[in-house]
Design a protein around this ligand. Structure first.
Ligand code: CMP
Length: 138
């Protein structure tokens, strides 16, 4: 069925000038952009967004990274969006990501891995609502 996923182009990829290339790859892969903006998470935003990881050793580093500069947030629609988007971005660690995936092409490291992709329909809805109001969805 057609469904939605949520993504962020992370601060590393924005800093490295990859916004355009990543959006092109996303749309060329059949995703429709439902919502889109350049924004920046505060430290408090990043702590809340990644609360599920709060007990992990990399939590502090993750929060600092995700709040250090602007990100591009987007909601994407496609048949099988959540799973197909995770295939498009590749493994969490770019060293393990398949050829041609966004992380293989544009990620810096395990911690600074260029893009986020929701891991379930439920989390896609929660994460999309974290960043966008209803009138920002088209
Ligand atoms: P993502 O899956 O989008 O969301 C959680 C992020 O935590 C993940 O991407 C990585 O960027 C980061 N992460 C996961 N494991 C580690 C780790 N071992 N060290 C640093 N960052 C990590």
């Amino acid at each position: 069925a057609t469904n939605r996923t949520f993504t962020m182009i992370k601060p590393d990829a924005v800093e490295n000038g990859h916004i355009g290339a990543i959006l092109e790859k996303i749309t060329a892969s059949g995703f429709r952009i439902v919502a889109l903006k350049l924004t920046q998470m505060t430290v408090a935003d990043a702590k809340e967004f990644y609360a599920v990881h709060s007990e992990r050793p990399f939590y502090g580093e993750l929060v600092e990274f995700m709040s250090r500069g602007p990100i591009v947030a987007a909601i994407l629609e496609k048949e099988n969006a959540v799973e197909d988007f995770r295939t498009l971005i590749g493994a969490t660690n770019p060293a393990d990501a398949a050829e041609g995936t966004i992380r293989k092409l544009y990620a810096t490291s395990l911690g600074e891995n260029a893009v986020h992709g929701s891991d379930s329909d439920e989390n896609a809805a929660i994460e999309g609502a974290f960043h966008f109001s209803g009138r920002e969805l088209f």
